[in-house]
Design a protein around this ligand. Structure first.
Ligand SMILES: Cc1cc2nc3c(=O)[nH]c(=O)nc-3n(C[C@H](O)[C@H](O)[C@H](O)COP(=O)(O)OP(=O)(O)OC[C@H]3O[C@@H](n4cnc5c(N)ncnc54)[C@H](O)[C@@H]3O)c2cc1C
Length: 442
C-alpha cells in the first residue's frame, strides 16, 4: 500500500491551494506533505469545529487513510475509533424487530472488511478527526480561516486565481476543490446549473443517546455492539455504537416518495434543530426499541439529504475536485467520505510521483479523472439505490428473502476496491498518452 519511492525527496515546481478544510481537504494537505508538497488550505469557517456528525468508514476508507499516513494517528487518539469486526445487522423497524439480514453471515464478509465510526468535528466527544489531523500538518500557518472561495479564474500567465468573499485573492498553479456538497470550486469545473444538486426527498434526524439509558429501557437490539439498521416502508434508522459502546449514534431517515426526486427545493437551512415531537410523529407505530431510542433523542437535528447529479468530469484544466465537491452522495452505503479519501489517496500518489511537474499537471489530473470519475459515480448511484432498498421492507414492498437477495454482497466491491491498482492504472493510462518516466520502486 502507498508509495515506496522516497517521500521526503520530492520537490515540485507547482504551487497547490486546497479549498475547504473538511475531512478530505485536510487529509489531502497531510497526504501531499508526505511528498514534500506544500499546500495552502482555505477554509470558509473561522475554525475547525462547525459541524458534528459521526460517520462510519469501510475498510477501503481505512486503507486510503493508511496510504495517506494518517490512520495510526487517528487510531492512537485513544477512543473507540478502531476497526470493529461486525458488519451491519438489519432488523424490522416494526413489531418485535425480527432479523431481516445479517451481513456477518454473508460468506464473503471477512475481518479485513471491518470498518469503524469516527467523528467529523470537535463535539465534546473525541476523537475528532480534524483535530487528529491538525498536528500532522507541517505548517499550521498554511491553513487560512474565514476564506470563502467565491470563484476561480485564470490569470494571463496561466495561474489559477482564487477569489474570496473578503475581496482578497490567492494565486496557485493547481487548485484542489474540497469544499463539500455546496462547493463553489465545482462551478469552475461543472458550471453553475442549480439542478446539479438535488434534494432526495429524504430527511435524516440525528442525535446520540447513552447506551445505559437504552439498557434501562429494555432495548434488546444490538445497537451498543454493532451497526444496526431498522428497516421499513419509506423509513429506516441506522444506530451504531461509539465511545466504546457507551453512546449510540442514531440517524433516522424518512422519505417522501409522493413526489419525484429533484422536484422539491429546500430553501431553508439543510441542517436545523427540530422539536423531538416531529421525529416521534414520523416514526409513530414503530417497534419498542426504535421508540425507546427516539424518546431519548431530545434535541434532534434534521438534515435534508441532497445528492449530486453525477458529474461528467472532476477536472478542468488545473482545477480538480475531491470528496463531496466531486460526488456528494446519499449516505446509505456509508461510503461518501470513503470515496473522498480514495480520491485524495490517488491524487496525492499521482502528484507526488517524481515525474509529475507543472508541464504535465493537466495530463496527470486527466489520469486521476479517468479512474475516479466512473468509480465514485458508480458508488453514488449505488448509494441512492441502496436507500430505496432499505425503505422497501414490508408490505407492499420486500419480504425477508427479497431483502437478503438485494443486500448480500452490496458493500464488498466498495470495501475491497484496489487502491494500489488505481494508482497503477492511472499511471499506465498516463503513459499511453504522454511521456511519464518510471522511477525505481514505483
Ligand atoms: C446524514 C449523513 C450521514 C453520513 N454518514 C456517512 C458515513 O457513515 N460514512 C461516510 O463515509 N460518509 C457519510 N456521510 C458523508 C460525509 O459526511 C461526507 O462525504 C464528508 O463529510 C465529505 O467530506 P468533504 O471533506 O468532502 O466535505 P465537508 O466535510 O463538507 O468539508 C468541506 C469543507 O469546505 C468548507 N467550505 C465550504 N464551502 C467553502 C468555500 N466556498 N470556500 C472555502 N471553504 C469552504 C466547509 O466549511 C468545510 O469545512 C454522511 C453524510 C450525511 C449528510
Amino acid at each position: 500500500m502507498a508509495s515506496t519511492y522516497n517521500v521526503n525527496a520530492s520537490t515540485k515546481d507547482f504551487r497547490v491551494a486546497i479549498i475547504g478544510g473538511g475531512m478530505c481537504g485536510l487529509a489531502c494537505a497531510v497526504g501531499l506533505s508526505r511528498f514534500g508538497i506544500h499546500a495552502d488550505v482555505f477554509e470558509s469557517a473561522s475554525k475547525f469545529d462547525e459541524v458534528g456528525a459521526g460517520v462510519d468508514l469501510g475498510s477501503n476508507a481505512l486503507r486510503a487513510l493508511k496510504g495517506l499516513g494518517v490512520l495510526d494517528t487517528i487510531l492512537a487518539r485513544g477512543d473507540d475509533s478502531k476497526p470493529h469486526g461486525r458488519a451491519m445487522l438489519f432488523v424490522s423497524g416494526l413489531g418485535a424487530h425480527e432479523e431481516v439480514y445479517d451481513y456477518n453471515n454473508s460468506s464473503i464478509f471477512t475481518d479485513a472488511d471491518a470498518g469503524m465510526g469516527i467523528y467529523r468535528s470537535s463535539l465534546d466527544i473525541s476523537p475528532d478527526f480534524l483535530n487528529a489531523l491538525l498536528p500532522l500538518l507541517p505548517n499550521p500557518n498554511a491553513t487560512h480561516f474565514n476564506k470563502r472561495c467565491t470563484s476561480i479564474s485564470t490569470s494571463t500567465s496561466g495561474a489559477q486565481v482564487i477569489h474570496f468573499a473578503d475581496g482578497t485573492t490567492h494565486e496557485a498553479d493547481l487548485v484542489i476543490g474540497a469544499d463539500g456538497i455546496k462547493s463553489t470550486s465545482r462551478n469552475a469545473v461543472a458550471g453553475t446549473d442549480k439542478k446539479l444538486l438535488q434534494f432526495t426527498n429524504t430527511v435524516a434526524y440525528r442525535g446520540m443517546v447513552p447506551m445505559d439509558t437504552l439498557r434501562q429501557e429494555g432495548v434488546k437490539t444490538e445497537v451498543g455492539r454493532r451497526l444496526c439498521n431498522f428497516v421499513g416502508i419509506d423509513k429506516h434508522i441506522i444506530a451504531f455504537p461509539i465511545k466504546f459502546g457507551k453512546i449510540v449514534n442514531i440517524v433516522a431517515f424518512a422519505t417522501d416518495n409522493s413526489v419525484p426526486v429533484g422536484s422539491v427545493e429546500v430553501n431553508g437551512p439543510w441542517v436545523e434543530p427540530v422539536p423531538q415531537q416531529e421525529l416521534l410523529d414520523r416514526f409513530s407505530g414503530w417497534g419498542h426499541d426504535v421508540m425507546a431510542m427516539l424518546n431519548h433523542l431530545k434535541t434532534p437535528s434534521k438534515w435534508s439529504i441532497h445528492t449530486l447529479t453525477p458529474l461528467e468530469t472532476f477536472v478542468r484544466g488545473k482545477i480538480v475536485l475531491v470528496g463531496d465537491a466531486a460526488h456528494a452522495m446519499p449516505p446509505h452505503l456509508g461510503a461518501g467520505v470513503g470515496q473522498g479519501f480514495e480520491d485524495v489517496f490517488l491524487l496525492c500518489e499521482l502528484l507526488g510521483h517524481p515525474s509529475t511537474n507543472l508541464s504535465n499537471l493537466e495530463d496527470v489530473l486527466k489520469a486521476y479523472d479517468a479512474i475516479r470519475q466512473p468509480w465514485a459515480n458508480m458508488v453514488l448511484k449505488e448509494s441512492f439505490r441502496t436507500g430505496v432498498i432499505y425503505e422497501a421492507f414490508g408490505k407492499p414492498g420486500y419480504g425477508v428473502d427479497d431483502m437478503a437477495g438485494h443486500l448480500a454482497g452490496r458493500r464488498e466491491p466498495i470495501w475491497r476496491h484496489d487502491l494500489d491498482g488505481d494508482v497503477a492504472s492511472a499511471i499506465a493510462g498516463l503513459r499511453e498518452r504522454v511521456s511519464f518516466p518510471a522511477v525505481t520502486n514505483e
